[in-house]
Design a protein around this ligand. Structure first.
Ligand SMILES: [Zn+2]
Length: 320
């Protein structure tokens, strides 16, 4: 295939590195792409960037077809854009913004340091100061998919290379893998936050059939943090993999629940992605300053995420 040169070792190594850093990508979240004028290789839905070197996780798609769908508001089945009909993988639900961003390489992560800033107004204000010499934009929360892509395209100028997605994550774009890799390192460095919570309690144990005490159980010992996690959810992948806000008893909508002063229980059969999503939440909360008040995405946004067929597909694929 003429575009196979695009899909090179440097790009795969870069994707692999991102996928293996839990502070940037968790489980099947996050995606990378590389393109020329007509075609683009993008991560497949439900696949993990951490497997970039051991598995075919990328799909070649027709960029113009996707761009036309976005500009004509025609949300056609994304499988129509797949250029190699032997490939049965579904392109990521975030493929549309990869296609529309006019840069050769685009990387999207659910970076913990970005999320610490991107879930509160105060954090966003501070991120703007920390990134003031980088061409960046802040994008309001919208459900991932064609609507988010339109919001992104309406809030860019041709120089924008960094996008902070409120209550979602980070996008970095550039002309080469090297450039994007450098940009991500710079943003990560600028937004890095120290751990400010103590996690050295001795956890009491309690046997609950079909559940295990999670390594993130410190959350159940900190009243401020309990308030945060039981008041709502703060970014899409949490909702997709762990359900809405954390409940104080087992529910059908979530594999986790919290018992005050004991811990967070997670289903013994929880998938790897579900476990890494709980780790992600803990990594954010360990760094969240007391006076940055996080804003939940809200129940309407949660319902939108959970009813979505493409997300259900992704969830099903990542269950292992
Ligand atoms: Zn995302």
């Amino acid at each position: 295939m003429s575009n196979s040169k695009l899909y090179n070792r440097e790009f795969l190594d870069f994707s692999y590195r991102l996928g293996n850093d839990p502070l940037q990508v968790q489980g099947a979240g996050g995606n990378t792409s590389i393109k020329n004028e007509n075609s683009m290789w993008v991560k497949a839905s439900g696949k993990e960037l951490s497997n970039s070197l051991s598995e075919n996780i990328f799909v070649p798609v027709n960029i113009n077809l996707i761009r036309n769908n976005v500009s004509s508001d025609n949300d056609q089945d994304i499988m129509k854009a797949v250029m190699d009909k032997n490939i049965k993988l579904r392109p990521s639900i975030e493929t549309t913004f990869h296609a529309c961003l006019n840069w050769s390489v685009v990387a999207h992560t659910h970076s913990v340091s970005t999320l610490v800033h991107a879930i509160s107004e105060k954090g966003i204000k501070i991120a703007k100061k920390k990134l003031n010499d980088i061409p960046f934009s802040v994008i309001k929360y919208i459900k991932p998919g064609i609507d988010l892509t339109k919001e992104i395209m309406g809030n860019l100028n041709p120089k924008t290379q960094v996008l902070i997605l409120k209550n979602h994550g980070l996008i970095c774009c550039g002309n080469s893998v090297k450039e994007v890799s450098y940009l991500i390192r710079t943003v990560e460095h600028r937004l890095k936050m120290p751990i400010i919570r103590k996690i050295d309690q001795l956890f009491k144990s309690e046997n609950i059939p079909n559940y295990k005490l999670s390594p993130e159980s410190w959350i159940a010992y900190d009243d401020h943090t309990i308030d945060i996690v039981s008041s709502g959810s703060y970014y899409p992948d949490h909702v997709v993999f762990l359900g809405p806000k954390i409940s104080f008893e087992p529910t059908k909508t979530s594999p986790i629940f919290l018992k005050k002063r004991i811990g967070i229980f997670i289903k013994s059969k929880a998938s790897r992605t579900q476990k890494s999503m709980l780790q992600c939440l803990s990594n954010i909360l360990l760094r969240l300053p007391l006076d940055w008040l996080p804003e939940p995405i809200g129940e309407k946004a949660e319902a939108e995420l959970l009813d979505w067929d493409a997300e259900k597909y992704r969830k099903a694929l990542s269950t292992d």
